[in-house]
Design a protein around this ligand. Structure first.
Ligand code: ADP
Length: 683
């Protein structure tokens, strides 16, 4: 017993004799015993000292035994208590046990209970120890359960965050899920996720701030690290930071909108060595967060890091894709613009010869719109006017994968045909497989016409040259012989006339060459229309009369604007037209010159119209009269002298003067050629 820690017993007994007896007995049993003479004293002693066991006598003044037990029970957990009652008072014993007393003992008259007392105390103590052990076990079990609950919570939380990460949801949704889960793990008032951008933290997601009316504030919050030392520290250390009490943390920066924050927890969001941002928790009460809380949040911060990194990768990828798409679109637009602007008609068709694409030039040339052409067979739209030989060489070239070039006749939508220079090339995909053909063609009708006109010209010029030269040759021969001296004057006149024809022809050819080299127009001055018209009348009046024609010039209208250009050249152009009118109008006809003004293409023009009562020009010939060397049916070689250069010279002169020449005519209804001159108002 001596080795054991001594047990202290408080015994409340108002009978001093009995008390001393009990004390003696228990001290003999190895206990330390203090006696209280009544309940009140006993309660005071109990409060002052530390007792392992309390025994109370039921019958005491002021506080009886039950009263003491009652009072002690109301103050806290009861020590092992033993109720001492008199015989026949078992009800008190039962009541005491109900209140929490550990045991009871009944006083017998013989005092035998004194011998029993030590073992009752021993039993109460043992019971107490058992209870304590049970409580400890209970607490341990509770602790284990709590730990398990927390583990489960963490696992659940992470599972949900992982699910969010793995699903197709946006990174904002993942960050919101992380904030949501943070609330489950570490309860708080508000939470936010801020990203580190150029030495500043920018809040990107948040929750709970609406309660504090600071949503607007948090949504715009950017914290430069230089101004927020605590945030800066976590970025540097990459370790969480707990601010237990913001009022006692000198480095805490107080902002008006978040003055309610009393404790704070910062968990850095790191990917390997890199700090991407922070997960921040705030509470309006001090001491809300612990280092353990920070540990619990670390996995969430890790998940946030992955979400943020993913988003950045995706954004980068998206930007790259967008840039690439823009490049492709620009490239395609460029190709389209090129295809639109080229003069050649371009058509692509597939292996079955079905049209897939046509450009604007195709529509302009053929009259078929893209809608009408697409999907059609190339032949049906372009009418393959191709010789058997050409078809064969085309088949051969395409079979060898070569480009074919040749001349064909195409038919327009309205049925008219045109000569075309056509090229067809195979189209291949990236792997080199044949996927279709691209054809380009242009209208060479005019070139062909020109060619024909040129041949005609050569024949004509040769004829024109031969006629005067032959005549000159003949008359000079006759002059040399001198057989008919009376005809000498006539022969000389013929020689002179033919020489003049020759000179005219050569002049026209030289004139055309000069206009072509751009040397023809030198002046840009106000043109005196009365002089120009007057000269033409003076020069052609007698010729007109000789041909039995009337040549008149109508009076100039008043307030005529000032026409501008090269007066000498414009005179030449007018005379060329007047000459034609005189040549082609039969005797008895009339040639009229009239000056007017006209508005066209938003500007003011002065026009000189030369009207004749001649045979007129057919629509087909009207299209060609300004072509070089073109001579109409009226001028069949031999009938009318000329070169077919007159009107093309007029056209070149008008172009060089910023104007133009037009023709209006009807077969049998005369012709009107009009010169259009640029003008400035007032004159
Ligand atoms: P040329 O007069 O030398 O033949 P031009 O270029 O002056 O050449 O005229 C070309 C053609 O235009 C003429 O051959 C003729 O068929 C036609 N032409 C020109 N002026 C008239 C006119 N006033 N009336 C009818 N046809 C005309």
């Amino acid at each position: 017993m001596a080795e054991r820690k001594q047990i202290r017993i408080l015994y409340m007994e108002d009978d001093p004799g009995l008390a001393r007896l009990v004390q003696k007995k228990l001290e003999q049993a190895g206990y330390i015993v203090d006696i209280a003479s009544d309940g009140e004293e006993g309660l005071a002693m109990y409060a002052a000292g530390s007792y392992d066991v309390v025994a109370v006598d039921q019958t005491m003044p002021v506080y009886d035994g039950l009263g003491v037990i009652h009072t002690l029970a109301s103050q806290g957990p009861l020590p092992p208590m033993i109720m001492v009652t008199g015989t026949g008072d078992e009800r008190t014993a039962v009541e005491a046990m109900r209140l929490g007393a550990g045991d009871y003992i009944v006083k017998d008259v013989e005092g035998g209970y004194l011998d029993l007392l030590p073992s009752v105390i021993e039993r109460a103590l043992r019971q107490q120890r058992l209870t304590e052990e049970k409580q400890q076990a209970e607490a341990e079990r509770e602790r284990l359960l709590a730990a398990e609950r927390e583990q489960r919570l963490l696992a659940e939380t992470l599972a949900e965050v992982t699910l969010a990460l793995a699903s197709q949801t946006s990174h904002e949704a993942v960050l919101d899920e992380i904030l949501h889960q943070a609330q489950r793990i570490v309860p708080h008032s508000t939470a936010n996720i801020a990203l580190l951008e150029d030495d500043a933290l920018r809040v990107v997601r948040w929750r709970g701030y609406e309660v504090y009316d600071s949503e607007e504030f948090i949504s715009n919050l950017v914290q430069p690290l230089a101004d927020f030392p605590l945030n800066a520290e976590t970025v540097r250390s990459r370790e969480p930071l707990v601010i237990h009490n913001t009022h006692q943390e000198p480095r805490w920066v107080v902002l008006e909108e978040t003055a309610w924050i009393r404790s704070y927890l910062i968990v850095p969001i790191c990917l390997r060595e890199r700090v991407l941002g922070q997960l921040n928790l705030a509470s309006d009460a001090p001491g809300e967060f612990s280092a353990e809380d920070a540990e619990r949040l670390k996995p969430l911060a890790g998940a946030a890091a992955i979400a943020i990194e993913n988003a950045r990768l995706v954004e980068g990828l998206e930007a790259e894709v967008a840039a690439r798409t823009a490049e492709i679109v620009a490239e395609r637009e460029k190709s389209k613009a090129i295809l639109r602007s080229v003069g050649e008609a371009i058509v692509t068709f597939d292996l079955e010869r079905r049209i897939q694409y046509v450009n604007d030039a195709f529509t302009a040339l053929t009259g078929y719109t893209a809608e009408e052409a697409l999907g059609q067979r190339a032949n049906s739209v372009m009418g393959g006017g191709m010789s058997e030989q050409a078809q064969q060489s085309l088949r051969l070239a395409l079979a060898k994968g070569e480009v074919w070039q040749g001349e064909v006749t195409h038919r327009r939508k309205d049925g008219r045909t045109y000569d075309a220079a056509l090229a067809i090339a195979p189209m291949r995909d990236a792997e080199g497989n044949l996927v279709g053909y691209v054809s380009s063609h242009r209208d060479i009708s005019r070139l062909k016409d020109l060619d024909r006109a040129r041949s005609r010209f050569i024949a004509n010029v040769s004829h024109q040259l031969r006629t005067p030269v032959t005549t000159i040759h003949l008359y000079t021969h006759l002059l040399q012989k001198g057989r008919q001296p009376e005809k000498t004057g006539y022969y000389l006149q013929m020689v002179e006339e033919e020489t003049a024809r020759l000179i005219h022809l050569i002049q026209d050819i030289l004139e055309m060459a000069a206009l072509d080299s751009g040397q023809a127009v030198t002046a840009w001055e106000p043109v005196s229309l009365s002089t120009v018209i007057g000269n033409a009348v003076t020069r052609y009046q007698s010729r007109a009369e000789a041909s039995g024609l009337t040549l008149v010039a109508k009076p100039l209208p008043p307030d005529l604007p000032v026409a501008k250009g090269d007066q000498a050249r414009l005179t030449q152009a007018l005379e060329e037209i007047v000459e034609n009118a005189i040549i082609f109008t039969p005797a008895g006809g009339r040639v009229t010159m009239e000056v007017e003004t006209a508005e066209d293409e938003g500007r003011l023009w002065v026009t000189i119209a030369v009207r004749d009562t001649g045979p007129g020009i057919s629509p087909e010939e009207q299209e060609q009269v300004f072509d070089r060397f073109f001579r109409g049916s009226l001028a069949e070689p031999g009938h009318v002298p000329g070169t077919g250069l007159g009107l093309s010279i007029v056209q070149e002169i008008m172009r060089a003067n910023g104007g133009r020449v037009t023709v209006e005519s009807e077969v049998g209804g005369g012709s009107t050629f009009t010169l259009w001159l640029q003008s400035t108002p007032g004159g």
